[in-house]
Design a protein around this ligand. Structure first.
Ligand code: ADP
Ligand code: MG
Length: 224
C-alpha cells in the first residue's frame, strides 16, 4: 500500500510539474506571437523597437525556465574532479561583479584556505550564480555582498551573505519547492536546482535570514 502511495505521489508531482512548466513556457510564447502579429500587421509602427525588446525578454524568460528545469533532471551525468572551490570563485568573480555593478551592488570575496573537493565545475558555476543572483535581487542599490569560504568542523563552507530584504518566516519552509517565487519575473526554480546540485556533492545547504539580510551556506562534508 505504501509503495502504491509513493507511486501516486510521484505521479501527482510529475503532473503538477508538467502543468506548471507548460503554463510558464506558454505565456512568454503567447506574448511573442502577439507582438509578431502586431508587427506583421504594422498597426503600431512607432512601438516596434519596444516590441523587439519585449520579445527578446520573453524568449529569454522561456529559455531560463527550460534551462533551470533541465538542471533539475535526475541522473544527469556529473563530472567531478578534485579542485578548489576558491579557484572556481575567482574564475567567476568578474561575471558576478558585473552582475552586481548593474545595480550598484558590491561583491567582496573573503577566501580562506580550504582543501580541494570533488566538484563538478559546471554544477558549481550554476550553484554559485543562482545563490549570488538571489542575493543581489534581494539587495538595494549600494548594498554589499560577501562570498566567504572557511573550514569549519570538518566541513568546507561556502557562504553567500547579502544585506538584502531577508526571507519571510512563512517563505522559509517553501524554499527549494519548484516554482515557489515571490518575484514578478522569477521562475522559482533557482533554489530547487541548488538543492539538487548540493545533494549530488555530499553537501547540504543552510539558510540564515533576518531583517539585516540572508546567508546561504553550502557545507561540503569532508568525510562520508
Ligand atoms: P526565483 O529567484 O526565481 O524567485 P529561487 O528558487 O531562486 O526562485 O528563489 C525562491 C524564492 O526564495 C525567491 O523568490 C525569494 O523569495 C526567496 N529567496 C531566495 N534567496 C533569497 C535571498 N538571498 N534573500 C531573500 N529572499 C530570497
Ligand atoms: Mg533565483
Amino acid at each position: 500500500v505504501e509503495l502504491e502511495m509513493a507511486r501516486l505521489e510521484r505521479l501527482r508531482i510529475v503532473g503538477e510539474l508538467a502543468a506548471t512548466i507548460g503554463h510558464e513556457v506558454r505565456n512568454p510564447l503567447a506574448s511573442v506571437r502577439g507582438f509578431l502579429q502586431l508587427l506583421r500587421d504594422k498597426k503600431d509602427c512607432q512601438n516596434y523597437k519596444r516590441y523587439y525588446d519585449l520579445m527578446i525578454e520573453e524568449l529569454d524568460r522561456a529559455n531560463a525556465i527550460i534551462t533551470d528545469f533541465l538542471a533539475l533532471a535526475k541522473n544527469k551525468r556529473v563530472e567531478k574532479e578534485m579542485q578548489n572551490i576558491n579557484s572556481l570563485l575567482l574564475n567567476h568573480y568578474p561575471l558576478l561583479q558585473a552582475d552586481g555593478l548593474k545595480g550598484n551592488k558590491q561583491i567582496v570575496l573573503e577566501l580562506g584556505t580550504v582543501p580541494d573537493l570533488l566538484l563538478d565545475a559546471k554544477e558549481m558555476r550554476q550553484l554559485i550564480i543562482n545563490l549570488v543572483r538571489n542575493g543581489l535581487e534581494a539587495m538595494s542599490a549600494g548594498g554589499r555582498m560577501v562570498i566567504r569560504t572557511t573550514l569549519e568542523k570538518g566541513e568546507v563552507v561556502l557562504a553567500i551573505q547579502d544585506d538584502g530584504c531577508g526571507i519571510d518566516p512563512d517563505a522559509m519552509d517553501k524554499l527549494g519547492t519548484p516554482f515557489f517565487t515571490t518575484k514578478d519575473n522569477g521562475t522559482g526554480l533557482g533554489l530547487a536546482v541548488c538543492y539538487s546540485i548540493v545533494a549530488r556533492h555530499n553537501a547540504y545547504l543552510t539558510v540564515d535570514s533576518g531583517p539585516g539580510g540572508t546567508t546561504f551556506a553550502v557545507r561540503f562534508k569532508l568525510s562520508h
